[in-house]
Design a protein. Structure first.
Length: 237
């Protein structure tokens, strides 16, 4: 039986990279990650996205186990206490608040670029409702004038792998031949991973900038209201 992996594998890997001398192979095997992912995190291509999680505190590892691994690069770390599996009920895909305003743009792009995808597939991929999809398709959405089709991968609403998988499934159901499929990507796994990590970082930076703009706009509005209220009080006197 395969060994359990940490509850938060990327965060645990980040902690092990920063606080131990374990090899990348040992960390990847223990956390259930690809070796290239661990290398990218160590090269600071992905590490900034995760806050380290101490596996000693969670009971998943002991100091003695880490010392065994540091002493022998071929030693496979053993999970000391398997994490409790967290389950959730069925529901729409969760999207961070900072990215929810990008959903209509992503939906519009899919409707234009992949009309073979069903509403159910779009709903599951993006985490939206069929009513929203229908409104955008029929151009009855309340904000249709400001909706601009944009790749949902670039927006950070889904990964390229998730999108490709849904597109392939939809194409197969629609009977689209391989000739109509996009050309095969011959890049190495490392190149694909680095590009995906950079895209995610750019999406996170964009979301942070938009959040800052929203906060600034709200602060300006609050100040404006305060000034108007003060002016009203003065005129009342």
């Amino acid at each position: 039986m395969a060994q359990s992996t940490p509850l938060m594998p990327h965060a645990t890997a980040t902690w092990l990279i920063d606080n131990t001398s374990l090899s990348f192979e040992q960390i990847a095997a223990f956390c259930g990650l690809h070796l290239l992912e661990v290398q990218a995190m160590a090269d600071d291509l992905a590490g900034s996205k995760y806050t380290g999680r101490d596996p000693l505190h969670s009971g998943e590892l002991t100091q003695e186990e880490i010392e065994k691994g540091q002493a022998d690069p071929n030693y496979a770390l053993q999970m000391q206490q398997a994490p409790v599996e967290v389950t959730r009920t069925k529901g729409p895909r969760y999207t961070p608040v900072s990215k929810r305003q990008d959903k209509p743009d992503g939906i519009a792009w899919i409707l234009r670029s992949h009309p073979e995808m069903s509403d159910a597939q779009i709903s599951k991929l993006i985490g939206t409702t069929r009513n929203t999809i229908t409104a955008i398709r029929e151009r009855t959405h309340w904000n249709i004038q400001n909706i601009q089709p944009k790749d949902p991968v670039t927006l950070g609403l889904c990964s390229q792998r998730e999108l490709d998988a849904v597109v392939a499934k939809a194409a197969k159901r629609a009977g689209i031949t391989d000739e109509a499929a996009p050309a095969e990507d011959n890049r190495s796994d490392k190149e694909k991973l680095i590009e995906e990590l950079r895209a995610e970082r750019e999406a996170n930076a964009k979301a942070a900038a938009e959040a800052a703009q929203e906060a600034e706009a709200e602060a300006w509005l609050e100040n404006k209201r305060a000034e108007e209220a003060a002016a009203g009080d003065s005129s009342g006197e």
